[in-house]
Design a protein around this ligand. Structure first.
Ligand code: SIN
Length: 313
Protein backbone atom coordinates (compact mmCIF):
# COMPACT_ATOMS: atom_id res chain seq x y z
CA UNK A 1 0.00 0.00 0.00
CA UNK A 2 1.23 3.51 -0.84
CA UNK A 3 2.48 5.57 2.07
CA UNK A 4 0.58 8.77 2.95
CA UNK A 5 2.13 11.88 1.42
CA UNK A 6 3.03 14.72 3.79
CA UNK A 7 4.28 18.18 2.84
CA UNK A 8 6.80 19.76 5.22
CA UNK A 9 6.88 23.57 5.38
CA UNK A 10 9.88 24.97 7.25
CA UNK A 11 10.01 28.43 8.81
CA UNK A 12 13.10 28.23 11.07
CA UNK A 13 13.11 28.13 14.87
CA UNK A 14 15.30 26.32 17.37
CA UNK A 15 14.43 23.08 15.64
CA UNK A 16 16.66 24.47 12.84
CA UNK A 17 19.08 26.13 15.27
CA UNK A 18 22.83 25.71 15.60
CA UNK A 19 25.40 26.87 18.14
CA UNK A 20 26.43 30.48 17.57
CA UNK A 21 30.11 30.45 16.58
CA UNK A 22 30.41 33.95 18.05
CA UNK A 23 28.99 32.84 21.41
CA UNK A 24 30.54 31.06 24.39
CA UNK A 25 28.65 27.82 23.78
CA UNK A 26 25.58 29.00 25.71
CA UNK A 27 23.97 30.78 22.75
CA UNK A 28 22.65 29.48 19.46
CA UNK A 29 21.05 30.92 16.36
CA UNK A 30 17.57 29.78 15.40
CA UNK A 31 16.48 29.10 11.82
CA UNK A 32 19.91 28.28 10.38
CA UNK A 33 19.75 24.63 9.25
CA UNK A 34 17.84 23.98 6.01
CA UNK A 35 14.84 21.69 5.96
CA UNK A 36 16.57 18.95 3.90
CA UNK A 37 19.19 18.56 6.65
CA UNK A 38 16.48 18.41 9.34
CA UNK A 39 14.66 15.62 7.50
CA UNK A 40 17.90 13.70 6.92
CA UNK A 41 18.51 13.67 10.70
CA UNK A 42 15.37 11.63 11.46
CA UNK A 43 15.95 7.88 11.12
CA UNK A 44 12.94 5.96 9.81
CA UNK A 45 11.03 9.03 8.62
CA UNK A 46 10.81 7.76 5.05
CA UNK A 47 9.11 4.59 6.29
CA UNK A 48 6.24 6.61 7.80
CA UNK A 49 5.27 8.78 4.83
CA UNK A 50 6.51 9.99 1.49
CA UNK A 51 7.57 13.60 1.87
CA UNK A 52 8.22 16.78 -0.01
CA UNK A 53 9.51 19.90 1.66
CA UNK A 54 9.56 23.63 1.15
CA UNK A 55 11.61 26.22 3.03
CA UNK A 56 9.16 29.12 3.20
CA UNK A 57 10.95 31.19 5.90
CA UNK A 58 14.13 30.82 7.97
CA UNK A 59 13.78 32.90 11.10
CA UNK A 60 13.73 33.01 14.85
CA UNK A 61 10.01 33.12 15.58
CA UNK A 62 10.40 36.23 17.76
CA UNK A 63 10.71 37.87 14.34
CA UNK A 64 7.56 36.29 12.89
CA UNK A 65 5.19 38.90 11.44
CA UNK A 66 1.60 38.95 10.15
CA UNK A 67 3.09 38.84 6.63
CA UNK A 68 4.89 35.67 7.69
CA UNK A 69 1.54 34.21 8.82
CA UNK A 70 0.15 34.98 5.37
CA UNK A 71 3.10 33.22 3.68
CA UNK A 72 2.47 30.14 5.85
CA UNK A 73 -1.24 30.32 5.15
CA UNK A 74 -0.77 30.48 1.40
CA UNK A 75 1.72 27.56 1.35
CA UNK A 76 -0.47 25.44 3.66
CA UNK A 77 -3.67 26.15 1.70
CA UNK A 78 -1.91 25.22 -1.52
CA UNK A 79 -0.67 21.97 0.02
CA UNK A 80 -4.04 21.02 1.51
CA UNK A 81 -5.78 21.69 -1.82
CA UNK A 82 -3.38 19.29 -3.59
CA UNK A 83 -5.10 15.90 -3.89
CA UNK A 84 -1.74 14.12 -3.63
CA UNK A 85 -1.07 15.64 -0.16
CA UNK A 86 -2.58 13.88 2.87
CA UNK A 87 -1.35 16.27 5.54
CA UNK A 88 0.99 19.16 6.32
CA UNK A 89 3.72 19.55 8.95
CA UNK A 90 5.07 23.04 9.68
CA UNK A 91 8.40 23.52 11.47
CA UNK A 92 8.33 26.67 13.60
CA UNK A 93 10.10 28.40 16.47
CA UNK A 94 8.46 27.90 19.84
CA UNK A 95 8.29 31.54 20.95
CA UNK A 96 5.34 32.52 18.76
CA UNK A 97 4.25 29.00 17.88
CA UNK A 98 0.87 29.38 19.57
CA UNK A 99 0.04 32.54 17.61
CA UNK A 100 0.89 31.00 14.23
CA UNK A 101 -0.91 27.78 15.13
CA UNK A 102 -4.05 29.66 16.18
CA UNK A 103 -3.93 31.90 13.10
CA UNK A 104 -3.82 28.82 10.87
CA UNK A 105 -6.47 27.11 13.01
CA UNK A 106 -8.87 29.96 12.19
CA UNK A 107 -7.85 30.42 8.55
CA UNK A 108 -7.21 26.92 7.13
CA UNK A 109 -10.03 24.70 5.93
CA UNK A 110 -10.83 21.89 8.39
CA UNK A 111 -10.26 18.39 7.08
CA UNK A 112 -6.75 17.18 6.32
CA UNK A 113 -4.34 17.30 9.27
CA UNK A 114 -2.02 20.26 9.78
CA UNK A 115 0.57 19.82 12.54
CA UNK A 116 3.07 22.42 13.76
CA UNK A 117 6.18 21.40 15.64
CA UNK A 118 9.39 22.89 17.00
CA UNK A 119 12.10 22.16 19.52
CA UNK A 120 13.48 23.54 22.74
CA UNK A 121 17.03 22.40 21.90
CA UNK A 122 18.91 23.31 18.72
CA UNK A 123 19.52 20.78 15.97
CA UNK A 124 23.22 20.34 16.88
CA UNK A 125 22.49 19.65 20.59
CA UNK A 126 23.61 16.10 21.57
CA UNK A 127 20.08 15.41 22.84
CA UNK A 128 18.11 17.48 20.35
CA UNK A 129 14.34 17.10 20.72
CA UNK A 130 13.57 18.24 17.16
CA UNK A 131 14.02 14.88 15.38
CA UNK A 132 11.58 13.04 17.69
CA UNK A 133 9.06 15.90 17.45
CA UNK A 134 9.32 15.84 13.67
CA UNK A 135 8.83 12.08 13.52
CA UNK A 136 5.80 12.25 15.85
CA UNK A 137 4.34 15.12 13.80
CA UNK A 138 4.66 13.28 10.50
CA UNK A 139 3.06 10.18 12.07
CA UNK A 140 0.23 12.35 13.38
CA UNK A 141 -0.28 14.22 10.09
CA UNK A 142 -0.40 10.86 8.30
CA UNK A 143 -3.02 9.50 10.68
CA UNK A 144 -6.77 9.62 9.95
CA UNK A 145 -7.29 10.34 13.69
CA UNK A 146 -5.79 13.81 13.21
CA UNK A 147 -8.31 14.81 10.53
CA UNK A 148 -11.00 17.37 11.46
CA UNK A 149 -9.25 18.40 14.68
CA UNK A 150 -8.16 21.78 13.38
CA UNK A 151 -4.49 22.67 13.64
CA UNK A 152 -2.48 20.50 16.02
CA UNK A 153 0.93 21.10 17.62
CA UNK A 154 3.47 18.51 18.76
CA UNK A 155 5.99 19.43 21.45
CA UNK A 156 7.92 17.07 23.73
CA UNK A 157 6.32 14.19 21.86
CA UNK A 158 2.83 15.30 22.90
CA UNK A 159 0.08 16.54 20.55
CA UNK A 160 -2.03 19.57 21.52
CA UNK A 161 -4.92 21.44 19.88
CA UNK A 162 -3.99 24.97 18.72
CA UNK A 163 -6.92 26.60 20.54
CA UNK A 164 -5.81 25.62 24.05
CA UNK A 165 -2.04 25.36 23.71
CA UNK A 166 0.36 27.83 25.28
CA UNK A 167 4.06 28.13 25.94
CA UNK A 168 4.03 28.23 29.70
CA UNK A 169 7.74 28.02 30.55
CA UNK A 170 10.84 29.66 29.08
CA UNK A 171 12.99 26.54 29.28
CA UNK A 172 12.65 22.77 29.52
CA UNK A 173 11.35 20.18 27.12
CA UNK A 174 7.96 20.45 28.83
CA UNK A 175 7.61 24.16 28.04
CA UNK A 176 4.12 23.76 26.53
CA UNK A 177 0.81 22.91 28.14
CA UNK A 178 -2.91 22.92 27.39
CA UNK A 179 -6.04 22.49 29.48
CA UNK A 180 -7.54 20.07 26.96
CA UNK A 181 -6.23 16.89 25.32
CA UNK A 182 -5.76 16.94 21.54
CA UNK A 183 -8.31 14.20 21.03
CA UNK A 184 -10.99 16.66 22.24
CA UNK A 185 -9.82 19.39 19.82
CA UNK A 186 -12.41 20.74 17.42
CA UNK A 187 -11.85 22.30 14.00
CA UNK A 188 -12.53 25.99 13.42
CA UNK A 189 -11.62 27.45 10.01
CA UNK A 190 -14.12 30.32 10.26
CA UNK A 191 -11.84 32.45 8.07
CA UNK A 192 -11.03 29.67 5.58
CA UNK A 193 -12.48 31.60 2.65
CA UNK A 194 -10.75 34.88 3.53
CA UNK A 195 -7.81 35.74 1.22
CA UNK A 196 -6.18 38.83 2.76
CA UNK A 197 -3.04 40.33 1.21
CA UNK A 198 -2.31 42.17 4.47
CA UNK A 199 -3.68 42.13 8.00
CA UNK A 200 -4.86 45.21 9.89
CA UNK A 201 -2.63 46.29 12.74
CA UNK A 202 -3.84 45.32 16.20
CA UNK A 203 -1.69 46.14 19.24
CA UNK A 204 -1.67 44.52 22.67
CA UNK A 205 -1.52 47.03 25.52
CA UNK A 206 -0.60 45.78 28.99
CA UNK A 207 -2.54 46.74 32.10
CA UNK A 208 -0.39 47.24 35.21
CA UNK A 209 -0.28 49.53 38.22
CA UNK A 210 0.11 53.05 36.87
CA UNK A 211 -0.08 52.10 33.15
CA UNK A 212 -0.30 55.43 31.29
CA UNK A 213 -3.27 56.18 29.01
CA UNK A 214 -0.90 57.68 26.45
CA UNK A 215 -0.15 54.10 25.33
CA UNK A 216 -3.64 54.05 23.80
CA UNK A 217 -3.35 57.40 22.03
CA UNK A 218 0.15 56.55 20.78
CA UNK A 219 -0.96 53.22 19.38
CA UNK A 220 -3.95 54.71 17.59
CA UNK A 221 -1.91 57.65 16.25
CA UNK A 222 0.61 55.14 14.91
CA UNK A 223 -2.05 53.29 12.90
CA UNK A 224 -3.59 50.57 15.09
CA UNK A 225 -7.10 49.59 13.96
CA UNK A 226 -7.68 47.44 17.00
CA UNK A 227 -6.43 47.24 20.59
CA UNK A 228 -6.35 44.14 22.75
CA UNK A 229 -6.10 45.20 26.38
CA UNK A 230 -4.14 42.63 28.42
CA UNK A 231 -5.66 43.81 31.67
CA UNK A 232 -5.41 42.85 35.31
CA UNK A 233 -7.78 40.37 36.95
CA UNK A 234 -11.09 40.00 35.22
CA UNK A 235 -10.12 42.40 32.44
CA UNK A 236 -10.48 45.51 34.62
CA UNK A 237 -10.06 48.76 32.69
CA UNK A 238 -8.11 51.43 34.63
CA UNK A 239 -10.34 54.49 35.16
CA UNK A 240 -7.57 56.71 33.78
CA UNK A 241 -7.79 54.83 30.45
CA UNK A 242 -11.48 55.45 29.83
CA UNK A 243 -11.25 58.85 28.04
CA UNK A 244 -8.49 57.58 25.70
CA UNK A 245 -10.47 54.42 24.98
CA UNK A 246 -13.50 56.54 24.15
CA UNK A 247 -11.38 58.63 21.77
CA UNK A 248 -10.17 55.43 20.11
CA UNK A 249 -13.72 54.09 19.74
CA UNK A 250 -14.81 57.43 18.27
CA UNK A 251 -12.17 56.86 15.56
CA UNK A 252 -13.54 53.38 14.83
CA UNK A 253 -10.78 51.45 16.60
CA UNK A 254 -11.94 48.06 17.91
CA UNK A 255 -11.27 47.60 21.64
CA UNK A 256 -11.14 44.11 23.13
CA UNK A 257 -10.83 43.42 26.86
CA UNK A 258 -8.63 40.44 27.75
CA UNK A 259 -6.76 39.46 30.90
CA UNK A 260 -3.16 38.79 31.77
CA UNK A 261 -4.53 36.03 34.06
CA UNK A 262 -5.82 32.69 32.84
CA UNK A 263 -9.60 32.38 32.73
CA UNK A 264 -12.51 34.09 31.09
CA UNK A 265 -13.23 37.78 30.64
CA UNK A 266 -17.00 37.73 30.49
CA UNK A 267 -18.89 40.14 28.25
CA UNK A 268 -20.66 42.79 30.36
CA UNK A 269 -19.24 40.92 33.41
CA UNK A 270 -17.42 43.65 35.29
CA UNK A 271 -17.73 46.43 32.71
CA UNK A 272 -20.50 47.84 30.54
CA UNK A 273 -19.02 46.43 27.34
CA UNK A 274 -22.12 47.01 25.27
CA UNK A 275 -22.39 50.60 26.50
CA UNK A 276 -18.71 51.31 25.81
CA UNK A 277 -18.61 49.38 22.53
CA UNK A 278 -15.95 46.96 23.76
CA UNK A 279 -15.38 43.34 22.79
CA UNK A 280 -14.25 40.68 25.22
CA UNK A 281 -11.81 37.78 24.91
CA UNK A 282 -13.70 35.04 26.72
CA UNK A 283 -10.99 32.53 27.63
CA UNK A 284 -8.60 33.51 24.85
CA UNK A 285 -5.25 34.87 26.08
CA UNK A 286 -4.28 38.29 24.63
CA UNK A 287 -2.00 37.05 21.79
CA UNK A 288 -4.70 34.70 20.48
CA UNK A 289 -7.48 37.28 20.92
CA UNK A 290 -5.31 39.61 18.82
CA UNK A 291 -5.02 37.01 16.05
CA UNK A 292 -8.81 36.56 16.00
CA UNK A 293 -9.44 40.31 15.99
CA UNK A 294 -6.98 40.86 13.11
CA UNK A 295 -8.73 38.25 11.01
CA UNK A 296 -12.17 39.59 11.92
CA UNK A 297 -11.17 43.13 10.95
CA UNK A 298 -9.61 41.83 7.72
CA UNK A 299 -12.93 40.13 6.97
CA UNK A 300 -14.70 43.46 7.47
CA UNK A 301 -16.91 42.20 10.25
CA UNK A 302 -19.02 44.95 11.76
CA UNK A 303 -18.90 45.67 15.49
CA UNK A 304 -22.16 43.81 16.11
CA UNK A 305 -20.95 40.75 14.22
CA UNK A 306 -17.59 40.88 15.95
CA UNK A 307 -19.29 40.66 19.31
CA UNK A 308 -21.16 37.51 18.52
CA UNK A 309 -18.73 35.78 16.16
CA UNK A 310 -15.30 36.18 17.74
CA UNK A 311 -14.02 32.83 18.98
CA UNK A 312 -13.79 33.77 22.65
CA UNK A 313 -17.54 33.48 23.15
C1 SIN B 1 12.20 30.67 18.09
O1 SIN B 1 11.08 30.83 18.58
O2 SIN B 1 12.41 30.67 16.88
C2 SIN B 1 13.36 30.49 19.00
C3 SIN B 1 13.01 29.73 20.22
C4 SIN B 1 12.55 28.33 19.96
O3 SIN B 1 12.26 27.89 18.85
O4 SIN B 1 12.46 27.59 20.99
Amino acid sequence: MALPHIRILATGGTIAGEADPAGDGARYRAGVRPVAALLAAVPGLDGVASLDAEQILALDSKDMTPDGWLSMLSAARQALADPSVDGVVILHGTDTLEESAYFLHLALPPGKPTVLTGAMRPADHPEADGPANLLTSVRLAASPEAADKGVLVVMNGTPYGARHLRKARTTGLDAFEADQTWTAAEPDGRFASLTPTALPRVDILPGYAGAPAMLIDASVADGARGLVLALTGHGSVPSAWEPALQRARDQGVAILRASRCAGPVIHNGNADDDGAGWLTAGDLPPPKARVALMLALAAGWEARTLKTRLPGF
